[in-house]
Design a protein around this ligand. Structure first.
Ligand SMILES: Cc1ncc(COP(=O)(O)O)c(C=O)c1O
Length: 486
């Protein structure tokens, strides 16, 4: 097979690099499909007029990065990675397709993998993780507020707003995180974003380039790991146990560390006080910024939660991220960052470049909701309901099936460790789905697990969200599960 390669012979010293890049390009844009055999190194070297060693070395790097695979003694093949629109190598030659849209290639240990949308189809009894109960949305309050805001509409909708966010909302957020999370912030420290996901993208844009070291928890929230990896970060996974991140395993240096200290995603562990102190010392000593993702800390049940890590940050190394996705709904797309002051202008510039500002009306409504105290009442009401649902789910699982449940002290999901007599989590997930019950092994529940030993450790762990289900739905869901395995 003749490959469409064209080397610049005047740059003889990097022929191997040119060859590597051109073959990789052919694979990435789908012209070389998974399973296709490449010419033998001797043949390709002859065709191109280069040494065989050059070809062998370029092939070697492509193998190491996961683009090619050796199948001795047959030859070298394009690796079977799932490229979109990848056709089988046996298909008839087709006219060249229009240029394919750019894809994000994610890397872990040099191996590329494609971003997948793990959002599963809804089922009747869906224990999907982190979803609030839409039936409890404060519709009447918001309807009143919309009317009022629209009646007094001035230029809120006709001009670009302050990219840092509506001042009223920034003030209300600063007040709220001070009381609820112990975070001392002025409105000028708060930047409104379109959900934590946008906050993560801003951070990645500012801090991450090819090979930047980023500490992530193992297992880790996939939405964050994907953002970092898409910018070429070198992910540095650190294990998690019942006290949260194992700080003894922190690397000697890193540019960023992304953590969920209050309710580790997905295991539900809370980072202990002793470890928080060690972590902050580490961040200071290696000048690492910590991204504290406090996604579901509004929900605590048996005792008051520990304050946010940010509340202990005296040296300005913690960037705090909060969201209203869990308390009000992810569809609103609104969250916030509390930034060390010296970073504010930089993050603001990144936000301007991205989208100039967050939707004005939603910010205004949320500002009203917070400032009038209605948000606190709303939280109080749903917290009680979610607490009851959590207890019901934990008890019925243990009574009707067994195993162990963890991560129940706060948040909106628990982790059910399936008893050894039952199939592993991924199989149980499939069996349950056939009965219209949604339960989630870590990878399907947006949790990335790094390495074989962690995969084994969490092979029997299922995530189950309880906030969005009524008690009768929880009971029926667990009944179906128990029939399945009984
Ligand atoms: C751990 C964690 N962080 C962040 C997010 C994203 O939050 P947002 O909707 O504010 O982008 C989620 C969403 O499920 C999450 O589970």
């Amino acid at each position: 097979m003749q490959l469409p390669l064209c080397l610049d012979m005047s740059r003889r010293r990097n022929l191997q690099r040119q060859l590597f890049e051109q073959i990789r390009e052919l694979i990435i844009d789908g012209r070389l499909k998974p399973g296709v055999q490449l010419p033998a190194s001797r043949v390709l070297a002859q065709d191109l007029g280069v040494s065989r060693n050059t070809v062998i070395q370029a092939y070697g790097v492509l193998v190491a990065e996961g683009y090619l695979e050796m199948r001795p003694p047959v030859g070298t093949f394009v690796a079977a990675i799932a490229l979109p629109h990848a056709a089988s190598p046996h298909q008839e030659a087709m006219p060249l397709p229009p240029p394919s849209p750019p894809r994000l290639l994610l890397h872990y240990k040099g191996k590329p993998h494609v971003v997948m949308s793990p959002y599963p189809q809804p089922v009747a009894f869906d224990f999907w993780v982190g979803r609030p109960d839409a039936r409890l949305f404060p519709i009447l309050n918001w309807a009143r507020s919309i009317k009022k805001r629209l009646r007094y509409l001035q230029d809120g909708n006709s001009g670009y707003g302050d990219p840092a966010g509506l001042w009223d909302l920034r003030k209300a957020i600063a007040d709220y995180v001070g009381v609820a999370r112990g975070v001392q912030a002025e409105p000028c420290d708060v930047l409104v974003v379109n959900g934590i996901q946008e906050g993560l993208s801003l951070m990645a844009q500012l801090f991450i380039g090819e090979g930047t070291g980023v500490v992530v928890e193992n297992p880790c929230y996939m939405g964050a790991a994907n953002v970092f990896a898409s910018r070429g970060a070198r992910l540095l996974p650190v294990s998690v146990d019942t006290h949260g991140l194992c700080v003894d395993e922190l690397p000697e240096s890193a540019t960023l560390a992304y953590l969920t200290p209050s309710h580790q995603y997905p295991t539900g562990a809370t980072l202990s006080m002793a470890r928080r102190e060690r972590l902050l010392e580490w961040a200071q000593s290696c000048n690492t910024y910590i991204l504290e993702d406090d996604y579901d800390s509004d929900f605590y049940y048996d005792q008051a939660p520990l304050p946010a890590l940010k509340s202990q940050d005296e040296s300005g190394h913690v960037i705090y991220m909060g969201t209203f996705s869990k308390s009000l709904g992810a569809g609103l797309r609104i969250g916030y960052l509390v930034l060390p002051r010296h970073l504010f202008e930089h993050v603001l510039t990144a936000k301007c470049l991205l989208n100039n500002s967050t939707v004005w009306l939603i910010q205004a409504l949320l500002a009203d909701f917070l400032a009038t105290g209605a948000y606190r009442q709303h939280l109080h009401q749903i917290r009680m309901l979610y607490a009851a649902r959590r207890s019901l789910l934990a008890c019925t699982l243990l009574q009707e099936i067994g195993g162990e449940v963890t991560g129940i002290q706060s948040g909106m999901h628990l982790v059910w460790h399936v008893p050894p007599s039952l199939p592993e989590a991924s199989e149980l997930e499939q069996l349950a789905r056939a009965q219209s019950v949604g339960v989630y092994s870590f990878p399907t529940g947006n949790a990335q697990v790094f390495g074989r030993s962690a995969e084994r450790r969490y092979a029997r762990a299922l995530m189950m969200g309880y906030a969005a289900l009524q008690e009768s739905e929880i009971q029926e869901g667990v009944r179906r599960l128990s029939r399945l395995v009984g």
